[in-house]
Design a protein around this ligand. Structure first.
Ligand code: ZN
Length: 278
């Protein structure tokens, strides 16, 4: 049995796929980059070598997704080791590929994927979901901090390439400013961290659906993706009252996912208002 190491390159919620140049077996099919494990090589070692040779990039800390066994029609079998790769450096060289695309994980199943690749999709999707919950829990911890200082408990975290680059909570009371929302403070922090005017590729996690001001800031900062907890029937501007962050008429659109740990996000708010409205 042959063994193959495959890397799923991910950025925000998109993955890299390509069509290899003219080989009979793979004809017309899309796949992730990778290749054969040489004798004496570890799967991660082979993956690093293959992506260096194929794409000209150096990868760091690939995350294991799972193993799939595959049998061709002619009876030939092989085992594929899949890794999710979020960190790499170098400039992409795509000489080996006919066509390449960055595709959202939602769109991926509609591509003519090589069969073994298709088998790993649930594990790949789950790896994105667990990230969302993990970062939302940190945003919830920020919301708790806000509650302890007598602020309306909303917390926010901004990530880039799977790493937190900013975290904040609502500080409207402290700053006596109606605009000191968690998202705005976190965006300012993230921009300072990146020393940039924009946050391309970043994901913003916030426990409550962003208001019109914050949704506007998300668009201006070119944040790639917004994940929020509870919906806000009074000011929600990403899904509930408006869809500002993903409005195609604006010059940037973010991908929005609402309702992640919504019950916990809402419970912190309910407890706060119950204690402060007596
Ligand atoms: Zn806001």
């Amino acid at each position: 049995m042959q063994e193959v190491a495959v890397g799923v390159l991910t950025e925000a919620r998109r993955v890299f796929i390509g069509q290899r140049r003219a080989t009979a077996r793979y004809g017309g099919m899309w796949e992730f980059p990778g290749g054969k494990i040489e004798r004496g090589e570890s799967p991660v070692g082979a993956l690093s070598r293959e992506l260096r040779e194929e794409l000209g990039i150096e990868i760091a800390e690939p995350r294991y997704l799972g193993t799939v066994e595959h049998r061709y029609d002619d009876g030939d079998t092989f085992r594929v080791w899949y890794y999710r790769v979020e960190q790499w450096h170098g400039t992409f060289n795509i000489d080996l590929w006919e066509r390449v695309a960055w595709v959202s994980i939602e769109e991926l199943p509609s591509y003519a994927l090589f069969e073994a690749n298709r088998a790993i999709l649930p594990a790949l999707a789950a790896s994105f979901e667990s990230d969302d919950e993990r970062f939302m829990r940190i945003a919830l911890a920020e919301a708790e901090r806000a509650a302890r200082s007598g602020e309306v408990p909303v917390g926010c975290v901004i990530t880039l390439g799977g790493t937190i680059i900013a975290r904040s909570h609502n500080r409207s009371e402290e700053f006596r400013a109606a605009t000191a929302h968690a998202e705005l403070l976190a965006i300012r922090q993230a921009l300072a961290h990146r020393q940039s005017r924009w946050l391309d590729g970043a994901t913003l996690y916030v426990t409550l659906e962003p208001c019109p001001m914050c949704a506007g800031a998300i668009v201006l900062a070119r944040i790639a993706r917004v994940v929020f907890g509870a919906h806000d029937p009074k000011a929600g501007a990403c899904e509930t009252l408006y869809t500002l962050a993903s409005d195609p008429r604006l010059n940037h659109r973010a991908v929005v996912r609402g309702g992640v740990l919504a019950e916990q996000s809402q419970a912190i708010l309910n407890a706060f208002f119950r204690d402060h409205c007596r």
